[in-house]
Design a protein around this ligand. Structure first.
Ligand code: 13P
Length: 254
């Protein structure tokens, strides 16, 4: 059975004040989450320890990025082993902002995935096409290539630690979302690619990200191949984040 996941990627936002507010609110509301969703809080790495008290059956903590190396003289980097040591269960990999602003290639994504799997962490591998690629009719081909190359080092039982997040670049932080049909179509196509790679495709959770808000989450999450969401801006507002967690249908085909 696939996990249902709603992950909040704070990006480079937040403060100790925000952490306190969010932790307090999530703690007070989490017991009302009765749809089996796992809420994953992904703050900047400096705040990981501050949200760790929420971690439990329904809440997990993650990092936004890890190094592609194991350990050593890599000033400024955080390793997968450190993320695990500090109680994280998840890490994002290959977010489009990392790809665009930090030159992260599919080969680097693949190396980071291998680091995460070596620590038994769950990699949320982010993929998505630009507007130009969508308008040129290349969206599925671009996303398929990202999935294949980013997951090149995965085999056997390691697939159980893979989650794929489809985040069309043109929908991130823009207020534009894919239609629920487009999201479902792309998720189905990603699942087909996973199947062709020999992965247990029906067991792998696929998340949609890009301007998911409390008022559009239910429609986006309704697709049978949409197993949750990766939320940016709205995850900084505790009430909105919890509403989005609640929007995941309890009886989804998963
Ligand atoms: P927004 O929800 O702010 O569009 O961000 C999506 C995202 O990039 C999450 O990783």
């Amino acid at each position: 059975m696939r996990r249902k996941i709603v992950a909040g990627n704070w990006k480079m936002n937040g403060s100790q004040g925000l952490v306190e507010d969010l932790v307090g609110y999530v703690r007070s509301q989490v017991s009302s989450l009765d749809n089996g969703v796992e809420a994953v809080i992904i703050p900047p790495a400096l705040y990981v320890r501050d949200v760790q008290s929420l971690a439990g059956e329904q809440v997990a903590v993650g990092v936004q990025n890890v190094a592609r190396w194991e350990a050593g003289a890599y000033t400024g980097e955080v390793s997968a082993a450190m993320a695990r040591d500090c109680g994280c269960r998840y890490s994002l990999v290959g977010h489009s902002e990392r790809r665009q602003l930090f030159g992260e290639t599919d080969a680097v994504v693949a190396e980071k995935v291998v680091q995460l799997l070596s620590q038994d962490l769950i990699a949320i591998v982010c993929v998505g096409e630009t507007l130009a690629e969508r308008e040129a009719g290349q969206a599925q081909e671009v996303v398929a290539a990202q999935v294949k190359k980013g997951l090149a080092g995965v085999s056997g039982s390691a697939w159980r630690n893979i989650v794929v997040a489809y985040e069309p670049v043109w929908a991130i932080g823009t207020g534009k979302t894919a239609t629920a049909d487009d999201a479902q179509t792309m998720h189905r196509s990603i699942r087909d690619v996973l199947e062709a790679l020999g992965a247990p495709a029906d067991e792998i959770s696929l998340l949609y990200g890009g301007s998911v808000k409390a008022d559009n989450a239910a429609a986006l999450f309704a697709g049978p191949d949409v197993d949750g969401g990766l939320i940016g801006g709205a995850s900084l507002v505790a009430k909105d984040f919890m509403s989005i967690c609640q929007a995941m249908p309890a009886d989804a085909e998963s």
